[in-house]
Design a binder for this molecule. Sequence first.
Ligand code: ZN
Length: 172
Amino acid sequence: MAYVRTIVREGHPVLRRVAKKVDPKEIPDPLFQQLIDDMFETMYAAPGVGLAAPQINVSKRLFVIDTGEDEEHPEGTKHVVINPKIESAKEETELNEGCLSVPGLIGDIARYERVIVTGLDRTGKKLRLDGGDLFAQALQHEIDHLNGVLYIDKAKNIRKPKPKEEQEEEEM
Ligand code: ZN
């Protein structure tokens, strides 16, 4: 069973902490596996396309992501990434962004169009993700969460979305 956990909002100190690296020995622990299941459940219920552990008040370096299928990833983009690291990033662009921990707002933010991220998967195996567009954006957004950074720290023109923007907006 997986459970929807409470998403904490801006103002909660956990969102400003640099999250702790996960000891790989902890990964097989049933409680850690439950945490991953609950993070997916919470992300899909929100709904969102990414969720970092600090957003459910767990100050550890992992996040879940699922931005759906895209041309590069016909098999989908559902992953958990533990102890992530950005290996490379290129082509800066400006995008709309929203966050489940800052509900009801969006802003314009500079993000890289393409990133390569490495880390560990839920079995402790090495993982390498390579992607662009929304997938790359969400990867950067979630890694920021692990460093105590919110998009509103960097974004311009933070605003309530217009109805059309609201439909298009993905939160993470
Ligand atoms: Zn967020």
